[in-house]
Design a protein around this ligand. Structure first.
Ligand code: GDP
Ligand code: GDP
Length: 438
């Protein structure tokens, strides 16, 4: 089940990053060796009491004139409307209500997205409450006073946000269709791919309008099988802003990835794997999604009989943390190998939902242990008692051992490789937890 997505929108200096940090704190998930995950504070997974959600800060750039501020706020609001379940609209009690707040509030109201209106910098409730009431004039509901800097009112704010989260029962509606996200930096050819996938197959296209977010997804039928392509509204929009900011493309990637079963990481063949590509790939990997690497614009480069091999090597080198992913060389322009993507999606889904019987799994691991002794430290050797698969998407295993401290990363990696030798698991990461059994 995907986590709800909450986006923060607001003018510069109202306290967006302060609020983000107050919520994310040290809880930001830090995954070593995964590019992009540690440096950026564009998004974070938040755990609060029994709720978890993904928080996105749409702000980031510091515009200098009022015109620019409004234009940028509109863009922020637009991306929040497209991607979030709940929008936090943050204002500043000290600056009071300003014109651009009202304009953005209008946009948000028209979107019919749940909006939680926050009035920040209310460091002293007695003193500032009268000024907070002014924000009722925005017409987007009750203003909630907070002080992001002193972490006041945060609990009430989160309660309000949680009220808008999709109900669990609704999420459990059976939907067998694979959910696919095409991600990649601007101009890599995402829209062209969607259009080709749609056009080539001459299928019935339907925007399935159920919940607000479904309206931005597209169902594609290929050989009697149904697939849902996520977040395609922004891609198919004709007048989309071409030079999309890197921040927005990361936000799109995070939110699409969160909702997807399979992520197609798209690389521009004419540019090779860039740092931004690696960041986006890191997001999908970190979240344990099924993965396909598509190298697009394959028509546009000069090739000889070594090109595929050399290119594959380069991609593998940079995206070494996802060696399990298959690479496909495609052209959205000519349609070359584009429908192969459907077969790959099926394969990835099958592997990410594969369950291995405990008996078989333990046989493989016993053999592996016999072939390569587990590590030891100060005379004490790691003993592996038992391994079992506890869940899928991604396949997740628990290994029971005598002493957790003795389990090296490299040995887990070794076991992973042996398991992959037997069962493949192409296109999906595998997760391992190590537990002690006395
Ligand atoms: P952003 O541009 O919206 O991300 O705003 P920042 O989070 O960078 O905050 C802008 C300024 O407002 C900084 O100087 C913060 O220290 C200050 N600020 C943020 N939250 C509060 C608050 O709750 N109370 C007060 N007094 N100042 C705050
Ligand atoms: P998006 O920003 O990722 O959605 O990228 P677009 O689909 O808008 O494509 C950006 C540019 O790359 C456009 O000019 C496309 O015509 C071009 N393009 C997309 N796919 C291909 C391809 O397979 N081959 C070539 N040569 N050009 C492509």
């Amino acid at each position: 089940m995907s986590k709800p997505i909450v986006a923060i929108v607001g003018r510069p200096n109202v306290g967006k990053s302060t609020l983000f940090n107050a919520l994310a704190g040290e809880m930001i998930s830090i995954v070593k060796d995964t590019p992009g995950v540690t440096r950026d504070r564009i998004y974070a997974d938040i755990n609060w009491l029994d709720m978890t959600f993904t928080l996105i800060d749409t702000g980031g750039i510091e515009p200098d004139s009022n015109d620019v501020i409004l234009a940028q706020m509109r863009e922020q609001a637009e991306i929040a409307i497209e991607t979030a379940d709940v929008i936090i609209f943050i204002t500043d009690v000290r600056q009071g209500l300003v014109d651009s707040d009202a304009k953005v509030a209008d946009m948000l109201r028209r979107s019919h997205k749940p909006v939680v209106l926050i009035v920040n910098k209310v460091d002293n409730f007695d003193k500032f409450m009268p000024d907070v009431y002014e924000f009722y004039n925005l017409g987007i509901g009750e203003p909630i006073p907070v002080s992001a800097a002193s972490k006041l009112g945060i609990g009430d704010m989160l309660d309000e946000i949680a009220k808008h989260f999709p109900k669990e029962e609704m999420e459990e509606v059976e939907d067998e269709r694979p959910r696919v996200a095409i991600v990649g930096k601007p101009n890599v050819g995402k829209s062209s791919m969607i259009n080709k996938l749609l056009g080539e197959n001459r299928v019935i296209v339907s925007d399935i309008a159920g919940t607000t977010r479904d309206a931005i997804d597209t169902e594609i039928i290929w050989q009697d099988r149904k697939y849902v392509f996520i977040d395609t509204a922004g891609l198919r929009r004709k007048n989309k802003i071409k030079e999309e900011l890197e921040r927005y493309s990361i936000i799109r990637a995070v939110t699409a990835v969160e909702r997807a079963d399979v992520v197609i990481i798209t690389i521009d063949a004419t540019e090779g794997v860039t740092e931004q590509d690696a960041k986006i790939a890191g997001i999908a990997h970190e979240r344990g999604k099924g993965i396909i690497i598509a190298v697009n614009k394959w028509d546009a480069i000069e090739k000889d009989n070594k090109t595929v091999k050399q290119y594959t090597q380069k991609v593998r080198e940079i995206l070494s943390f996802m060696s399990y992913a298959e690479i496909q060389f495609i052209s959205a322009k000519t349609g070359q190998r584009i429908t192969k993507l459907f077969d790959m999606i099926d394969m990835v889904i099958e592997n990410s939902t594969l369950r291995i019987a405990t008996g078989v799994l333990n046989e493989i691991v016993s053999e592996a242990v016999a072939m390569q002794q587990p590590p030891s430290d100060k005379g004490k050797r790691l003993k592996i008692y038992y391994i079992t698969q506890v869940s899928v998407k991604p396949p997740t295993f628990v290994i029971f051992v005598n002493d957790k401290q003795l389990m090296h990363f490299s040995y887990t990696r070794y076991l992973e490789n042996r398991i992959r030798d037997s069962f493949g698991f192409k296109g999906t990461s595998l997760k391992f937890f190590v537990r002690e059994r006395k």
